[in-house]
Design a protein around this ligand. Structure first.
Ligand code: ATP
Length: 258
C-alpha cells in the first residue's frame, strides 16, 4: 500500500476559487515523486491539503481524502501530522533568521520531536553530513546565510525529526542552477540512503525529472499527465506545462507572468 494516497481531492478558496479539482495521486514508501506545473496550477494548495495547512473542517477541502500510512488523516491537525512523520517544507525558506543555524535545528527538533526534547548531537551531526555548508556555518545567524543555504536549513529542520515523508514546495525557486542541483542531489541521496519518501513540488521540470521516479503534472487544478520520467519524457512534460500556462494566460490576460 502507498504511504501517501490522495483521492479525488478538491480545494476551494473562499467558497469560490477552485484551486484543486479531483486530484488523485500516491507516493509509494521510499520513493521520490514530483508534482509539476506552472504558476497557479494548484501545486502548493495540494501540498497544503496533504500537510493539514488547509483543512476539511474549515471547508477549504471540499472533496476527497488524504490517507497517510494506511489511514485517513482528514481529522488530524497539521502539527499532529508532523509528529506522525508527515512534514512540510513550505515555499519561501522558513528559518528563524535571528537564531544560529544549530539553534534552528534544535528548535525544529523540539517542536516536532517525538520525545518532546532537544535532538541529540548525532541527529544534528547527521544533518551536517548531508549539508556540510550548514556544519561550517553552525554558529552563524541563519539570516546571514545565502538563499541556497537557507533552503538547506529549511530542509534540515524538516529532517531533524526523522520523518517518514517530506513534502517540499519549490526548493529550487530563485536559486542558481548549481545550488538547486546540489539540493536535489542531496534530497535524492537521502531518499536512497534512508528510504525517506519525498513529494516535491516544482516548476523546474528538467531538474526534477532527473531525480524523481514518478511525476504528476497539474494544470488548472487537474492532473493532465502522469508517469515515470521515461514515460512522460522531459519534452512532453514541458509542453504540457507550457500549453497549460499559455491557455491560462489567454483566458485571463491579467495572469500573464504569474
Ligand atoms: P505557484 O507556483 O505560483 O505557487 P501553485 O501551482 O502552487 O502556483 P497554488 O498556489 O496552489 O498554485 O494556487 C492555485 C490557485 O489558487 C491559483 O489560482 C491561486 O491564485 C489560488 N490561490 C492560492 N492561494 C489562495 C488563497 N489563499 N486565496 C485565494 N486564492 C488562492
Amino acid at each position: 500500500m502507498a504511504l501517501l494516497n490522495i483521492e479525488e481531492l478538491s480545494v476551494v478558496y473562499g467558497g469560490a476559487i477552485d484551486a484543486v479539482s479531483n486530484v488523485s495521486l500516491k507516493v509509494e514508501e521510499g520513493t521520490m515523486v514530483a508534482l509539476l506545473g506552472s504558476n497557479g496550477a494548484g501545486k502548493s494548495s495540494t501540498l497544503k491539503a496533504i500537510s493539514g495547512t488547509l483543512e476539511f473542517e474549515r471547508g477549504e477541502i471540499t472533496t476527497g481524502d488524504v490517507q497517510f500510512d494506511g489511514g485517513s488523516v482528514r481529522a488530524v491537525k497539521a502539527h499532529q501530522r508532523a509528529r506522525a512523520g508527515l512534514i512540510h517544507v513550505r515555499e519561501g525558506r522558513h528559518v528563524f533568521s535571528g537564531m544560529s543555524v544549530e539553534d534552528n535545528l534544535i528548535a525544529a527538533g523540539f517542536a516536532v520531536g517525538k520525545r518532546g526534547s532537544a535532538p541529540g548531537r548525532a541527529e544534528i551531526d547527521r544533518i551536517y553530513e548531508y549539508f556540510p555548508r550548514l556544519g561550517e556555518r553552525r554558529h552563524g545567524l541563519a539570516g546571514f546565510l545565502s538563499g541556497g543555504e537557507q533552503q538547506m536549513l529549511a530542509i534540515g529542520r524538516a529532517l531533524i525529526s526523522q520523518p517518514r515523508m517530506m513534502l517540499v514546495d519549490e526548493a529550487s525557486l530563485g536559486l542558481a542552477p548549481m545550488i538547486a542541483e546540489d539540493i536535489f542531489r542531496i534530497m535524492a541521496e537521502i531518499n536512497r540512503e534512508t528510504g525517506l519518501s519525498i513529494l516535491v513540488v516544482e516548476q523546474n521540470v528538467g531538474l526534477t525529472l532527473k531525480h524523481a521516479s514518478y511525476a504528476y503534472i497539474l494544470e488548472n487544478g487537474r492532473v493532465v499527465l502522469e508517469g515515470t520520467p521515461d514515460d512522460i519524457g522531459g519534452r512532453d512534460a514541458i509542453s504540457a506545462i507550457y500549453l497549460g500556462a499559455a491557455a491560462k494566460a489567454a483566458a485571463n490576460p491579467a495572469h500573464i507572468g504569474g
